[in-house]
Design a protein around this ligand. Sequence first.
Ligand SMILES: [Zn+2]
Length: 315
Amino acid sequence: MNWLTNFVRPKIRALVRKSDIPENLWEKCPACEQMIFHRDLEANAFVCRHCDFHMRLTAKARLAMLFDDGDYQRIELPKVPLDPLRFRDSKRYPDRFKEGQARSGESEAVVVAHGRMGGDGVVVAVFDFRFMGGSMGTAVGEGIVSAARLAVLQEAPLIILPASGGARMQEGLLSLMQMARTTVAVDEVKEAGLPYVVVLTDPTTGGVTASFAMLGDITFAEPGAIIGFAGRRVIEETIRESLPEDFQRAEYLLEHGMIDAVVHRHALRDTLIRVLDLLRRPGPDAEVVELPKPDLEIPTPALIEGEPADPAPES
Ligand SMILES: [Zn+2]
């Protein structure tokens, strides 16, 4: 009997077990609610084919998309003490931490990697939102500092792609201190004369927006990404006014001069390569030849006739 239950039954079970079909074969677009085949979605960089909605990416997918041939090396991030405040809300912080690790498959909310992009070396730090909402605790701060130091060491540009709800409340003041630390860290990159580029992805909020995420030499954002400090509801309740529909969206920020460009995910890698190339090699490749000046008379601003000014109001 034992032989039957212990040996034969598992064998038969293994034979009839379903083959390895991923459970999430279909995914629903959060914007247009169309069902999309997972493989199609992956082939399209997780951009909806129907409405162009940019879905959130894992750190792994993000890195594979950016580096040449998807080839990169991760660096190990410094270990920091976990749960220094013995914080507990509805769950203990270590439990939430483990959940984050299980959900994302990452050891922390930030991943730092280096490799080549367009043939030149770059250092990239990317957030995984599935890990406790990409929140910035001491370890994430260490991650950004490590990324910045590595960039300086390798004389390579630094690219950061945040996706974060802000500071990690479970670490209280220690997480707020990371705002200052990361600011100083990216400053070291700038002082070394190296480009620092930020790609704001959905969502970038709170203490991350209020520190390194808004300090890029060049700041890009993905279409439709939510970027802000306080949440929309909090602001509406504070100022007792309703906010415009596209408030805190990438396009709204572009219109208001907060970012340099909104870049489609399909064009992101090429755009980054082009911009880094311009920043690293500001001079032209060939000798500059002076063009013959066109024989045009350029009016000075004073000569340009405009609309007559409104007559002064009669008193
Ligand atoms: Zn869609």
